[in-house]
Ligand binder design. Sequence first.
Ligand SMILES: [Cu+2]
Length: 160
Amino acid sequence: MIRFFLGSCAVALALGGAAALAHDYKAGALRIGHPWSRATPAGAKVGGGYLSIENTGATPDRLIAISAPVAGRAEMHEMSVSDGVMSMRPLERGVTIEPGAKLELKPGGFHIMFMDLARPLRPEERIKAVLTFEKAGPVEVEFKVEGIGARTSAPAEHAH
Ligand SMILES: [Cu+2]
């Protein structure tokens, strides 16, 4: 019985810790949820960026640019699979978030790609970045770096 209670306690603490790690940003009508990235191996030049963007307003907005001091440049990518071959293409015009919509940038779908990394991304660090929206303007955020296989759904994701 005692063991049971101790076990429950540990689970509750673990869940509480995870919730405390989530971080969110507001920019006008936009809610930006939990930007995160993955640690990169030594020598890697690219890393992914993931987050959610919810539009609580009445008009569409568009994510038009991303920049980060650690990366020479950053792009938005869309990933698709056709005939079993995975490919990515840059979204030159950015991504629109319709009113009431929640856009999820995640492994295997839309994502941000940090290119020309000046150094590897280390687990537990936070990467500063600026997301620029057509209407909401520039928003400073931090991407929390998680371990190298975190929530991987696409092993070849960054092999262009
Ligand atoms: Cu990509």
